[in-house]
Design a protein around this ligand. Sequence first.
Ligand code: ZN
Length: 191
Amino acid sequence: MVEFSPHSAPRDTGWIEVIAGCMFSGKTEELIRRLRRAKIAKLEVKIFKPKIDNRYSENEIVSHSEQSLPSIIVENSKAILEQSENAQVIGIDEAQFFDNDLIDVCNQLADNGKRVIVAGLDQDYRGIPFEPIPQLLAVAEYITKTLAICVNCGNPADKTQRKIKSGERVLVGASDSYEARCRKCHYIPEE
Ligand code: ZN
């Protein structure tokens, strides 16, 4: 198994890294950590997030532990392509809220020699794979699955438990509406 590290980064080509997991598993924190290191290496970094996510801060990506980096809000994934021309490293947060064109966009960026780092929820609150993350996992060179801690039993958790009643797939919120649960403790709430 070849794991990604900056010392074994591919040469003369781009690639895709995906950081996937449930809420509260540290996806954005890991994304910020990698992007910070790219900035220290004096690489040209651009960070994008979808328009739907306006919690905490409009022009930054912010982790639950309040780390942040400036970001560009885009209406759709095509806009990432248009604004990435000069970037060497591209970070994309909350990727589950983008359209399925994101798969093609990430492939094009990587084909053009860029390092693309994508973070997003791999399952919705029912445990159903959340497009376009499954497709991105398939085309990525490097995959990191982040786990949280189940608030019910302390096991490693990879499911997002919705605590309030709603049948909407997208319901933006944080600890007031969601918590991390393991497979055993997760249930699909009544709608
Ligand atoms: Zn549990």
